[in-house]
Design a protein around this ligand. Structure first.
Ligand code: ZN
Length: 383
């Protein structure tokens, strides 16, 4: 049985231990020690990384009661090895995990909801068994940060089965022995195997960054500690850039963006109106003909192009409008005299195209060069 040094001291990054076993598995090596400060994956927290005897530890897992250090190279059984835990990664995980206990404890106390899902990755994701309003979440977040500022001790111990039986705590398991109870006085009591910060002040900051309804309850995403700071830094950077672009103060960006989007909408509307007016003028200017008309346009709005075709159709046997696209042109062809649905096959074959539609209008794309398209329309109508 490996002595779990991280249980007694969650901030122990350096230690020495004896190698008790080393097995090859999938090109890596599973190393067991007589004692370790490497926390194995558990309770939603990932396994520690670092080095052991100078060899990289890629992960730490618990299997059948044994703590396995997944190493890049073998370590001789019986040898002494110096262990170095990646303290930055572990401390980040502890800030997030302890922060999660605080939030879950407060939600449980205020609303009676259970934490029914916990995942620690880039963010902490936590699922609660009941719904929370935006006001509820804001209240929980403030109380959580007040618990951080109060710098409350975080303690872990293994109560006797008798004591455990009378204890109120979250994450109740069926186990009665060797249940590790993590207590944040006045905030949370929870069964948990993971290492935590020593005092809540180490967490620094707790920020709930997202919330959504989930399976009849609530899923929250939160950040704590350095991860929350880095997120705040990133958000300040983004806000600063947008603020400079819109010449608006950072705490009034939403109103400034709304105004800018409103102005953009108005401009788009004016552009569309102008495009329709231009299409009408273009159709107006077309001389009537018994032949077909073929127009090459740069306008991209399909509604405008259809309008142009519809207005051109009464003045000719058929009207085709072509706009450039990747690999050739998009086309809309209209006619009141030719059954275009029946003619589509011939037209597509001649233009290297694909598409179809109604007897009075077909749409599609083609790859023929402009000169070939113009030549084809010279000899319209077809079949
Ligand atoms: Zn926990």
């Amino acid at each position: 049985m490996t002595e779990r040094l991280f249980d007694a001291d969650s901030h122990l990054w350096s230690f020495t231990a004896r190698v008790t076993a080393c097995r090859e598995a999938d090109g890596k090596y599973e190393v067991e020690l007589d004692r370790t400060a490497f926390f194995p994956e558990g309770g939603g927290q990932c396994g520690d990384r670092g080095t052991l005897g100078g060899v990289r530890v890629l992960d730490t897992v618990e299997r059948g009661g044994a703590i396995l250090h997944i190493c890049e190279a073998p370590l001789p059984a019986g040898s002494e090895a110096a262990g170095e835990v990646d303290g930055a990664l572990r401390f980040r995980n502890m800030q997030m995990h302890s922060g999660e206990h605080i939030v879950s404890g407060i939600v449980h106390r205020l609303f009676g909801y259970d934490n029914v899902g916990f995942h620690l990755a880039e963010q902490v994701t936590l699922d609660f068994s009941g719904e929370l309003s935006a006001e509820d979440i804001a209240r929980v977040e403030l109380l959580a940060n007040e618990a951080v500022w109060a710098n409350i001790p975080v303690t872990a111990r293994y109560p006797s089965p008798e004591e455990l039986a009378g204890l109120e705590y979250r994450s109740k398991l069926d186990l009665t022995e060797n249940v590790r109870i993590v207590t944040i006085e006045g905030v949370d009591v929870c069964a948990c195997c993971a290492p935590h910060v020593s005092r809540t002040g180490e967490i620094g900051l707790i920020k709930i960054v997202d919330a959504m309804r989930h399976r009849g309850g609530m899923r929250l995403a939160m950040l704590a500690g350095k991860a929350a700071y880095l997120d705040y830094k990133r958000m300040c950077g983004q806000a600063g850039e947008v603020s400079a672009m819109l010449s608006a103060p950072r705490d009034a960006l939403a109103a400034a963006v709304r105004r800018a989007l409103g102005a953009l909408d108005e401009t788009r509307k004016q552009l569309t109106d102008a495009a329709f007016a231009a299409a009408r003028a273009r159709a107006e200017a077309l001389p009537p003909t018994d032949g077909a008309v073929c127009l090459f346009e740069s306008e991209a709005d399909p509604a405008v192009l259809r309008e142009l075709v519809n207005l051109a159709v009464p003045k000719c046997a058929a009207a085709g409008v072509f706009t450039p696209c990747e690999g050739g042109f998009r086309y809309i062809i209209g006619s009141a005299r030719v059954d275009l649905r029946a003619a589509a096959k011939t037209i597509n074959a001649a233009l290297g195209g694909r598409g179809g539609g109604q007897p009075t209008m077909i749409q599609g794309s083609c790859s023929a060069p402009e000169a070939d398209i113009r030549a084809f329309f010279e000899s319209f109508p077809v079949g």
